[in-house]
Structures are given as C-alpha cells and as structure tokens.
Design a protein. Structure first.
Length: 478
C-alpha cells in the first residue's frame, strides 16, 4: 500500500510541472489570448483543488487501510495464541478423558464381576425361596389341617361343654332332690316345728307338669313365690319328673334352712366389709369388672343383713345397659325378696327371708345359659330353682362391678333406698355353675372351689363409711 501512494504522488508532481510549462509558453503570446488563459488557469486551479481533496481522501483511506492491516496482524497473533491455549486445554482434557475412560473401564470390569456374583446370589436366593415356598405351602397345608383339627376339636369341646352342662343340670337336680329328702327326713325326725322344708308328694298326672311344679309357700302368705308365678316357664328340678311336688315353708322365716348348730364355726373366709348405713357413698368397687364374657355364673357370699330389707348385693353395668347383672333389693319390695336381673328387663324374684334375722347366712345364686337354668342356695339348702331364664344369653365383659349399690349409670346413679346395710364376707364369683357339693363345702367353710374369677381380695376401692375388718371366724365379727 505504501508503494502505491508514492507512485501516485510522483505522477501528480510530473503532471503539475507539465501544466506549468504550458501556461508559461502561452503567457508570452499576444494579449488577446490572455483572457482564455486565465479562464483555463482558474478551471485548472479548481481541478487542482478537487484533485487535492480526492488525493487527501485517498491518502486517508490508504492510512486507514494501513491501520486495519496492522490490527489484523495483531488479531492474527492473538488468535494464534488463543489456538495454542486451546490446543493445550484440549490436550489436558484429552488426558483427563483418557484417565476417566481408564477408570470407567476398570469400574465396568468390577461391575461385571459384581453382577456375576449378584447373579449367582440371586440364583441361590431363587433356589432358597423356591424351597421355602414349597416348605411354606407344606406348612400352609399342615396349618389348614391343624385348623380343621382345631375346628373339629372345638366342636368336640362344645359338645363336651353341652354334655357337661347337661350333667351339671342333672347334678343340680339330684342335689335338689337330696335336699328335699333331707328336709323330709328332718321333718319326720323333729316334727312339724322343725326348721326345714317339708315335702308333699303326690302321684304324677298323665298330663305334662304345669307351671306350678315348683311353688314356694309360706303359710297363708307367699311373697317369695311371686316371681315363679309371674314367669310360668319356670319348672322344678327338685326330684323325679314323674312326681308332682310342692315345697311348704314354715311360717317363721327365720326357721328356714341354715347351717345346723354344732357343726363348728365358719372361719378363714377372708376380709369382712361392713356397710353401716344406707348412704349412697357406701360402695365397694371392683376394677376391672368382668374380663371375659360369661355364659354361666355362680355368686356366693356370707351375708348378714342389718336392716328390714336386703338392698343391692351386686350390680354390674355396661354402657348399653346399666342392669346387665343385678341382685337387687329395695324397701318397696316384699321383705326378704330380691330381684335377680340378667340383661334388664328380664328378672326373677328370689326369696331370701332367712336373711332378715340379723345373723350370718350363706347365699349362692347359680345360673347357666344352657336352658336358662338357675338355682338359689341358702345355707347349703336349695331355696328356689327355675329354667328358661335368659337361655343362650351371654353377659359381656368390660363393665363396672360394685357391691352395696345399684347403678343407674356406669359407676354411679346410686339410690339410698336400694343400698345394702349389713356385712359381707367370703364373696366370690365363678364363670361356671357350681355343683351342690361345692356349694355345701362353701357353706361349711371348707374353702373356695377352684376357678373363682373375682373375690373380695380384688376390691379396688371402698367408698363412704364402708369399713374393712379381719375376723378369724364369722361368729366373732362385730
């Protein structure tokens, strides 16, 4: 570019010298030619100025191109340096990638070895699971067989329980029959005034015995028989069905069956709880109450009543029924009568007139869901019995159980007219029907039969004025 500028400048200088030489030769001519000469000179001067401007513009373009070329060289040098740095970075990256690839190949080989080990373990696990599956299937078959055996055993147990229940009924029937004959023998031995039940036997009629098979009478007035007369489904089991009979009570209630004198003292019956008055605060609580459902029940206790009525001996309430199980007396009932309630409103009225003499008496109330049979034993003698009372019923667990008050709601709602006033000892509850021999052993102070689910030792709280005392023998208790 510099050489081209110099050639152009030389050409312009030569052109100017030629032009000035021509102008000087024309000036020596005649005067008439001066005027066009000056005109030409003026035009030439204008052309020179325009040529000068063009030349300057051209020279500026040449200088600019020179600067651009210089900048291009610097840029090329910078690009060369950048390319070299890029090449170094690429080489480093390639080295790093090659190292990573080497590590990746090593990891892949290790993973392959591990996968082969895992495959081997999975195959072993599959074999083990297959064997266990076969074993589980075999165990399932065995379990099914065991369940079937248990179901069969349960049916056999149920059949045995039914048989046992029938045997229990028969035992109670025989016990009742023995009690009647014992009373008859005592009547023959001691005369009409002896404190025992008398037996009147009449030949059986050709028809089926009616609802009056068992009649509890007391002279001309029979308050204790009202319950059985109000429930004609009750039938007697006191003796052979071929004999129609009635029990005649002595006119003096205090002369009903009790523990004969001279047989020893009743001792070692456990704690004694005294309910001194009819306060609604006097209550004995058991917590928890019943832990399992009951299809049979035996309630036995030594009782000494200090008032003209018995009050409530036992009350078991649940959320859906506050009278699931009640031995309930109040001052509006006939003296010595008590309602035996299972699943309100069903009840039976039981005669307990012997308890009004202010002495210790042993009471057992036994009920079995099978055929709804129940028995009342007073001082080891059968005082009342019946059937079809809550047959097939089950007393549920989880309720509130108290002694001495009747619950109108769970754990409360007490009424002083239903409170028990007196003393209680040796109270126990069984989830089965005690047989007469066990009842007799209890009444003779020979210890508790096995299987009691609740006793006074399980009482968790005594409220109000209830006192707990210990007596060696009941005769020595205050």
């Amino acid at each position: 570019m510099a050489c081209s500028g110099r050639k152009t400048l030389s050409f312009l200088l030569v052109f100017m010298l030629v032009y000035l030489h021509g102008a000087s030769s024309q000036a020596t001519g005649p005067a008439g030619q001066r005027k066009p000469f000056f005109e030409r000179l003026r035009r030439l001067e204008e052309q020179f100025w325009r040529f000068q401007e063009v030349t300057l513009t051209h020279l500026q373009s040449i200088a600019s191109n020179y600067n651009v070329s210089y900048n291009i060289d610097a840029r090329f040098q910078s690009l060369e340096e950048d390319s070299q740095a890029t090449a170094l970075a690429v080489n480093r990256s390639q080295a790093i990638v090659l190292g990573d690839l080497a590590h990746l190949k090593s990891w892949v080989r290790k993973s392959q070895r591990r996968s082969r080990k895992v495959d081997t373990q999975l195959q072993a696990l599959h074999l083990t699971l297959s064997a266990q599956g076969r074993q589980w299937a075999q165990e399932a078959d065995e379990q099914k067989a065991r369940q079937e055996a248990l179901a069969s055993l349960a049916r056999d147990v149920q059949a045995m329980q039914d048989t046992l229940a029938r045997l229990t009924l028969q035992i109670h029937s025989q016990g009742a029959r023995l009690a009647v004959f014992e009373g008859h023998l005592q009547t023959d031995h001691h005369g009409p005034s002896a404190p025992a039940l008398t037996l009147a036997l009449t030949p059986s009629q050709p028809t089926k015995p009616g609802p009056g098979s068992l009649q509890l009478q007391r002279g001309r007035h029979t308050p204790g028989a009202s319950a059985l007369q109000n429930h004609p489904e009750d039938t007697s089991t006191l003796a052979d069905p071929s004999i129609h009979r009635s029990l005649v009570r002595p006119q003096d209630p205090s002369q009903l069956a009790r523990v004969p004198q001279g047989q020893g003292h009743i001792c070692n019956v456990g704690p004694v709880f005294i309910f001194p008055n009819a306060s609604t605060q006097n209550v004995l609580s058991f917590s928890p109450g019943l832990l399992s459902a009951l299809r049979a029940l035996s309630f036995c206790s030594w009782i000494r009543a200090a008032a003209g009525h018995l009050g409530t001996l036992l009350s078991y309430a649940t959320q859906d029924n506050d009278n699931k199980l009640v031995l309930h007396g109040r001052d509006s009932l006939a003296p010595g009568s008590i309602h035996f309630v299972i699943g309100d409103p069903a009840f039976r009225e039981l005669p307990l007139q012997p308890l009004l003499d202010g002495q210790w008496h042993h009471v057992c109330v036994v009920w079995a869901s099978t055929e709804g049979r129940y028995w009342l034993h007073v001082d080891r003698r059968l005082a009342a019995t019946g059937s079809r009372f809550r047959a097939g019923y089950e007393i549920p667990p989880g309720g509130s159980l108290v002694v001495g008050q009747e619950q109108d709601r769970v754990g409360g709602g007490f009424d002083g007219a239903e409170a028990f006033v007196g003393s209680v000892a040796g109270l126990a509850i069984w989830d089965r029907a005690l047989v007469p021999g066990e009842v007799a052993d209890l009444a003779m102070g020979r210890g508790l039969p096995t299987g009691a689910i609740l006793t006074l030792a399980n009482a968790t709280w005594a409220g109000g004025f209830v006192r707990r005392i210990s007596c060696t023998c009941l005769e020595h208790c205050p």
